[in-house]
Design a binder for this molecule. Sequence first.
Ligand SMILES: *Cc1c(COP(=O)(O)O)cnc(C)c1O
Length: 371
Amino acid sequence: MTPFLDLRAQYRAIGPDLERAVISTMRAGTFVLGEPVERFEADFARYCGTSFAVAVNSGTSAIHLALLAAGIGPGDEVITVSATFVATTAAIVNAGATPVFVDIDPVTWTMRPDLIAAKVTSRTKAIMPVHLHGRLADMAAITALAQRFGLVVIEDAAQAHGAERAGVRAGAFGDIGCFSFYPGKNLGACGEGGAITTNRADIAAAVRSLRDWGQEGKYNHVRQGFNFRMDAIQGAILGVKLPRLDEWNGARRRIANGYGRALSSRVSVPSGPIGMDHACHVYAIRVPDRDAIRAGLDEAGIATGIHYPCPVHLQPAYRWLGYGAGDLPQSEALARETLSLPLYPELPSDDVDAVITALTTLTAERLARTA
Ligand SMILES: *Cc1c(COP(=O)(O)O)cnc(C)c1O
């Protein structure tokens, strides 16, 4: 069986380093925040090219606190996308704000900037693009629009650690970047984790306070806060992994481009060649007969994923937002056709070949049937 993702492969490669970092953190008796988290925050800010990084307990918390730190809450609208993991919308709603969806570009699958202006109202406070699958959204156009309308830009960079365009990395384009360190992300903890990045000292200070009961100084609670702190052990683990991120992303891109070269004549693949502006968190093809192709791959021993089978605006939990089928045609088409192939830095080349062979056979059979 070719797994979709094998986290044990990474552990085999760097396990001893991780274990040393965990044991020394345990022996130091530091369990929440503390020196390992502070060191990781400094390293991650330097990596992203921002003045500050503030670590929290998940990517969802990072988005939630980014919004609160920017002063966004009930009555405010945030322009975002529906073609994303549910957490983007959940965090906006958790902050008390209202998500307003725009459709995605059919080629990049990220937010269409030309649809934003029509959605801006007197209540709009922010634009939250998602770097879906690790591909950077059109940040030049989005930040220009934000400037024109006086809006904050908050990047959902939970899938895009290390993606860069013209020397600027994910998390450094907008006012605030939000990252997840869920184990399967390009930079993953051994448990939950997240962070915000920013150049604004006021935002960094507010998130530091909000994640820790709204404190400014011990037992001085100046804000309605949360327990969204990062564990010391996760900070230590992320500190060990961060120096390897570029190498891992490079391996992801090489595999993705291999898929693209082999498959582009048979199925719709991400527009390529894939470069530095794509962190290749997910490599998804588009096929009209997605469920049949998926079943065929499963029969051939190849596990796949679907990111994501239903756009957020059609999820039962968000029916109250008032959207219906047909409102976001490109987002809905992506959900119907998208199929994610196995992709992780250590994916053996034999497995890559097996995926390509199986897809080649399946699409040839489809052609023969329709001929
Ligand atoms: C993973 C993810 C999140 C949420 O991160 P968690 O750490 O799981 O809370 C948010 N947005 C996107 C696009 C994600 O992929």
